[in-house]
Design a protein around this ligand. Sequence first.
Ligand code: UD1
Ligand code: CA
Length: 451
Amino acid sequence: MTSRMSKRACLSIVLAAGEGTRMRASRPKVLHAIAGRSLIEHVIEALRTIDGPIAVVVGPNQQPLRDAVQAIVPRATIFEQSERRGTAHAVLAARAAFADQRSDLLVAFADTPLITAATLRKLRDALTGDVVVAVLGFRAADPSGYGRLILEGGRLVAIREEKDATEIERKIDLCNAGLMALRGDVALQILDEIGDDNAKREFYLTDAVAVARGLKGDIAVVEAGEDDVRGVNTQMQLAEASDILQDRLRRAAMEAGVSMVAPQTVFLSADTKFGRDVVIEPHVVCGPGVVIGNGVTIRSFCHLEGARVDDDATVGPFARLRPGARIGADVRIGNFVEVKEAEVERGARINHLTYIGDARVGAGANVGAGTITCNFDGENKHRTDIGKDAFIGSNAALVAPVRIGDGAYVASGSVITEDVPDGALALGRARQMVKQGWVPRWLTARGKKPS
Ligand code: UD1
Ligand code: CA
C-alpha cells in the first residue's frame, strides 16, 4: 500500500435510505426535528465545514426527503438506493460520485444528528500516512444494538454487528458510531469486496475494516463522546437527542452572556441568535428563525418563531411572536399579545390582549388592550397601517385594509373601516344613551320596591 501523496478532496455521503420503522410515524425518520431542524439538516450543517461535495442516499418513494435535502443544500447530489441491502450497499448507490477515485469518502448517517463539525474533521484528518479506513468509535454506557470494535494488540481488526457477535464480544463497550472515512484510491475496491455473509444478509459498511486489513492498509480509530454519536431510531431516542442538544444550546447562550433564570425550561433552536445583556425568563420557546438584540428581556411563557426583537425591547409574559414579527427597539409587547407579519416600530407599546397581523405599528404608537387588526376577510389577507404616535383605544377592531394616520386617535370600542387622517379622532361605535330614573320606574312596574 503506498502512502498518500497529497491531500485529496473529500466527498461526504449521507445515508438516509433507512425506513425508520421504529419511529412508528408517517413522516420519514430523518425529517423529524430537534431544536427546530430536521435530523438530516443537523448532519448536513456539520458537514458544511468539510470541504467538498455532498451526496445523499435516499430510498425509493422518498420525495419529501429529496425535497427537504434540496432545500437545505441545493448543490447536493441525491442518489437512490432502490433496495435496502445494508450500509455498504447504500454507499455504493452513490458510486457514480466517487468512481473516479479522486476524492476520499466521509460517510455519515442521517440519523446521528448530534455529530459535531470538529468530530467529522478529526475523522477525515485521520486518513493520513498509510491509513485507508478511519472508524469513529465511542464508549457506550449501554452498548446493546451497536456494532463492537474488535481490537487485537490495540489495533482494530474488525467491527462485529450485535447480531453476529459472540457472548464475549458483546461485552465490549467500545462501539462503532457508524461514521467512517475511506481513502479515495482504494474506497471502491474495498466497498466492492464487502459481502453479505452475516445474520441479516446485508452488505455492512463495517466490514470495510476486515477488507482493508486484508489489503494490508492501516486502520485508524477516532474516539468520540457518546453524546456526539447518539443514533436516533425511536421517538424516545429522538427526545433524548433533543435534550442533549437543548442543553448544548442553552450552555452556549449562557456562555455568550445570556441570563436564564431556569435554563432547563427554555427551548431554543439551532439558529436562535442573541445579542448582549439578554434576559430570558422561565418557560420560553424559540422556534426557528429567532433573532434577539441587545438588552432584550423575554418574560415568562413566550413563544417566538421567525421573529426579530430589537435592542431593549421587552416581550411578554405570555406573548406570541409569529413569523414575520419585527419588534423594534424599546418596544413593549405585553401579555396575551400575538404579532404576525408585522413591523412594530421603535418605542411602540402593545401591552395587553391584542392581535396585530399583516400590519405596521408606527414609532411611539400606543395600542390599547383588546385591539384586533381584522386582517382576514374570509378569503384574503389585508394590511393595517398605524401611524407614528397614534393612539388606539381599547377594544378597537381595525378592519383591514385600513390606515390610521400619524398621531390620530381611535376611540375605545370602535370598529374602524375607513382610513383615519393624521391627527384626527375616529369614533366608530354606537353613541351612549342615558335614561334618567329608569331603574326605579322599571322596578315599580314589576311590583318591586325601589330602594
Ligand atoms: C449501524 C452500524 C453499527 C453502528 C450503528 C451506530 C452497520 C452495518 N452498522 O447500525 O455498527 O454501531 O449504526 O448507530 O453499518 N441505511 C441506508 N441503507 C441501508 C441501510 C441503512 O441508507 O440499506 C442508512 C440508514 O438510513 C441510517 C444508517 O444507514 O441512516 C444506519 O442504518 P441503521 O439501520 O440505523 O444501522 P444500525 O443498525 O443502527
Ligand atoms: Ca441507526
